[in-house]
Structures are given as C-alpha cells and as structure tokens.
Design a protein around this ligand. Sequence first.
Ligand code: ATP
Ligand code: MG
Length: 687
Amino acid sequence: PPLQAPDPFAALNAQQRDAVEHGIADGPGCAPLLVIAGAGSGKTMTLAARVARLVLAGADPQRLLLLTFSRRAAQEMERRVGRVLQQALGLAGEARPPALPWSGTFHSVGARLLRAYAPRIGLPEDFTIHDRADAEDLMGWVREELGLARTKHRFPLKGTCLSIYSRVVNSQAPLAEVLQWHYPWCQAWEDELVRLFGAYVRAKQQQHVLDYDDLLLYWAEMVSVPELARELGARFDHVLVDEYQDTNRLQAAILQAMKPDGQGLTVVGDDAQSIYSFRAAEVRNILDFPRQFGREVRVVTLERNYRSTQPILDASNAVIALAAERHAKQLWTDRTSSERPALVTVLDDAAQARWVADEVLRLREQGLRLRSQAVLFRAAHHSAALELELARRNIPFVKFGGLKFLEASHIKDVLAVLRWVENPRNRLAGFRVAQLVPGIGPATARRLLDALEQAADPAAALLAFEVPAAARDDWQALRTLYAALRQGEAGWPDDLRRVQQWYQPHLERLHDDAPVRAADLAQLARIAEGYRSREQFLAELALDPPEATSAEAGPPLLDEDYLILSTIHSAKGQEWQAVYLLNAVDGCIPSDLATGSAELVEEERRLLYVAMTRARQHLQLIVPQRFYVHGQGKGDRHVYGSLSRFIPPQVQPLFERRQPAAAAAPEAVAPSGATVGLAARLRGRWG
Ligand code: ATP
Ligand code: MG
C-alpha cells in the first residue's frame, strides 16, 4: 500500500531495514530470519517494525504469533507496532490500529492454546494454573505424603525439589544428568526424587492443575502429534520471537515442530545477554539457529547502538570483552558525552541508600522524571535498605522482581476462593480456604479434600460436607458463597466483590492492619475489571502478575511518577536515562552462590553487561565497602567487600571515581549491632 508521510520506517538503518523487509514479498513462505546483535542496537524495535510491515503488506494480525519474554514486553511491543501502523496508515488519533491477539510469553500463549485444544490431547478443560508458590506447596505436600520430609538425612527442600523437576522438564535432560551437573549434593536422593516426581505428576493430574512447566510440556506434547503440529503451524503465518538467547530446549523444540523448515520464523537476540541458564535457557538455540535450518537462513547483524552514550558503551564493551566466550560484536554510537560512568565508593548499605536517594533527587531537579531512572540489583533483598530510605523520604517507587502483590497472604486468600470455585479438585486452594473458617483445622480440611477427590461431582460433595459444630455458621456462609459463585450468579467482576465481602470479617480477624490490606483488595478489584472473565483473570495472574506493591511488600503507589527498582533479570530489554547498580562488589555480582563453576561466573558477567547496557545517559555502579551477607543459619554478618572482579584495573579508567563528601575509611567504623538488627527486621518484612 502507498505509505503516507511521515514514513515510520525512514529512521531505520540499512541493516534494520534488511531485517524488516526480509521476505515480505514471499508472505508466509519466507525463509527463516535471525537477527543477532548487541544491546541497544534496535533488535526489539526492528522486530516491532517488521510486524507492522507484515500487517501493512496484508498479513492477518490474527495469524501472527509474537513471543516475548514478559507480558510487559509484549504490551510494549504492541504499543510500538500500533504507533508505527498508525503513522504509516495516517490514522487520526481516534482510529485504532489492529490488535495483535496472539502476542505474549511462551507460557501465556501456551495456556491459551491448551485451553482451546484440551479435549484433543486428553487434558481436562477446567484446569487451573499453579504459580511458582502453589507449585512449591504442592511439591511440599506430596513430599510429606510420601514421608520424605521426615527422613533423617536431609532431603532437599520443596523449593529445591521443584527446581530440579523444572530443570529436567525444561532442559529435556535425564534426571541423573541434571543432578550430576547442577545439584550434585542431591545425587544420593535420585531414587526418592523419581518417586516424588511421579507422585507430583499424579497429584497434578488428579487435581486438574498445571504448573508453569506443564504449559510448555503439554504444548510440546501437542505438537509431537504430527497432525496437530501441522494444524498449529498452519494457524500462524509468521512466528516472531524476541530475546531468543533465553529460550530453552523445550521452547526451541516447540518452534521446530510448528515450523519444521523454519518458514515464516523470525528470531532476534544477543548471545552476550543470555542470563537465564539457571532456568535451563540454552544459548545454543540462538547460536545453532543458522545450522538448524540450513542455508536458507538469513542472518542480520546490527552494529550501531542507539541507546547509550559512547562512554557507557565503552565501559560495557570492556566488561563483556573479558568474557571467556567471544561475543564478536563491537557496538558503536554517535551519542557522544563527556560524562563517564561512575564507580561510587560508599561506606555501607545505609550510605549506599542515602547516596542513591540523593542522586535520584538531584537528577530529578535537572529534569529527569523518576520513571526514567532505575535502580538495579542482583538479588531482590539487596534493595531493602534503599526501600526504607525511599519510604522515609516519600520518594515513590515500584519494585519489579521480589515479593509481589500476589504473594501477600490476604490477596492469596481471596484468589484461592476463586481458584477453588473454578476447580473444586484444586487441593491447595481448598486447603487454604477451608481453614479460613474458624473451627476448621488441617485434619477437617484434609477430610474434606479427600471427600472431594473421590466424589463424582466434587462441587456437590463440598456442599454436602458436614463440619464440626463450632464451625457450622461460618461454614454455611462459605457454602452459600461457593454455590453462588459456581452458578455464576453475579458475573465478572462482581464475583470478586462477593468474595471480598465474605472475606472482610476474616481479614479483620486475621490482621491488625486490616484497613491497609483492604486497600490492596480494592486495588485487586480494579485490576479485575480489566479482564473478561474469572478464567482469564486467574490464568493471567498466575502467569505474569501485575506490577503492584502490596501492604506487605512496601509503600503503596501514591504518585504518577515513581522510581523503578528492579532485579537485573527483570530489567531485560528495557532502558532508562539513569541507571544505578547496587552492590557492584564481589559476592553480590558475581553472587556468592554463583562462583561454583566457571560457567556460572560467566553468566554473572553477562548479567553485569545487561545491567550496564540499560543506561542511556547516566550510569553509576555503587560499591559499598561493607555489606551484609545473609548467613545460612548463622544470621547476618558484615563483610568487607571489594569491587567486582568484572571491573579489573585495566577497565577501571573507563569509569570516573566518586564518593560521598564525608566518607570515612572502612576501618574507622566498627560494625554496629543496631544496623545488624535492622537488617534482620527488614528480612522479616521482605524476606
Ligand atoms: P536489548 O538488547 O537491550 O533488548 P535492543 O537491541 O532490543 O536492546 P531496542 O530496545 O530495540 O534495542 O532499541 C534501543 C533504543 O534505540 C530504543 O530507544 C530505540 O527506540 C532506539 N533505536 C533503535 N533503532 C533506532 C533507529 N534506527 N533510529 C533511532 N533510534 C533507534
Ligand atoms: Mg530488546
């Protein structure tokens, strides 16, 4: 179609244009495309432009499958595509460009496909999706049922068991191999783990629940049936994947089955930013992509960085250049600046928090909104002192990664009711809800759930269940609610309001800070309004929770403008004008937990690279000389830190050295009991 000015594609450079225009004329049959390039080189932008270009060339948006790393990334992508289309079509502000119904994470798309195809692969249609915490609880439950929790020798914790299970699923490797390479201290338990995982799988089937891994596993199983693979492959003319370096084997297998010759497949990524191998991501996916599909594959590399200033890029390039594995990419930019990134030496955690808060406010005065600044850290608990400092100074913030809104107990209570209504066989939800009724303890709850499991009609069995006399009135109230919700009397989102009305007295009984928590529930109700149905609401929440903070997690969102706090992992793909990295010391990055093997250390180096390349204008790495270590069973201790090993002397001149005016030498200050106590309190709150 003739393009009307302004041409949204005019800004693309020649390589980006190559990628955008690749095979457009060939339609669905176009050869596979790989864009492999460094941070900030416009990979995501190019992918968005390509989607828009496909639509302009007549592709049906319904037949485009766009896979991103998070729901946030999918929404951002849709926004970008929309903007390009709007410009290209010369649409007025009101007219909306076509939506992309099939964009999201592998997991959320998997959930939708499974829902649609459930009957054809023998999956119950009413399945619920367990989030990580629920899956862990179920694993813990099964572990206890098998008597493994009580063995004398230390059997791995439920979280470890789930991680091992998950790794086996996602890497498609035998258990023995996973244990040998990643959990050597659990090798002695191989037989028990086999038993445990078998029972875990059976429990999921009995209760009609799927965990995260199942969403991929069943999807893969679905496309292992040739007829279904053809059908699913034909359903999408183009499959486009961002951040391909962090996909795992199962995900690559799914793509391969859907598009055996790679036609219509576009993947983009950066091997230097592969940071999810702990979740079985397989960097070989991207490196082997050209070989996988043979000479057909078109490979495009991008070398110009549009994000960061030259000094930031120089420092980032220097850090990644020391990697054991070569990432042969040199980025350049024309964004000059006289400001080098800073290495800021501070005394300790508290001084770090004060420094960052000061700097954030200083830059805000210079015109940088809080939202264009971000504080990044290796581990979620690293930001505890900063969160306290920000709260004290009334600087609003939102935290990504770490304790989420949905992990707060009052939110979980309410959601459990909805999940239990949706699927009466869901033991975890039932166990949680039943025990909200005073007078019902674990024994009665267990009896109830056993009865439901054996009943042909579990909902009817629930309504007929008799409870101890003391619990009768409250049980009756719950039963009435349950029956009403099962019948769908009120509809969505009124269903949720009814649950909250029922929950209110329990909230007041269980929590001293009920009013604050009630505000969270009100926020949950607002979030609920954005979903069509209970089913959609629950599925999306389990997969990709909204970024809200709860009364348990930190101060509520007061302002339109807020500072971003994020783990490095959750910062992937994003950019800010100013970036502060907390704890740029050995022990934090690389993490103490990751120094066991050279590969783990290399992944930490790539993490630092990811963190540094998020910055557009200003970058600061903060180096506290004293920091806390969360001692395993030994309580907190202070240790004296040194600058991260990833910034050796030959790299340091690329940074400017800074420190707060009154910083004393570390020896001058004795570790104080008071600060240790504070850390312990914080851990209690965030931990
Ligand atoms: P990452 O590896 O971190 O995911 P990326 O390669 O996906 O980075 P993008 O986020 O797409 O990079 O782009 C980085 C920044 O550069 C964005 O602000 C984007 O708008 C800008 N950009 C990309 N290409 C161009 C271009 N041709 N002209 C102007 N700006 C561009
Ligand atoms: Mg990107």
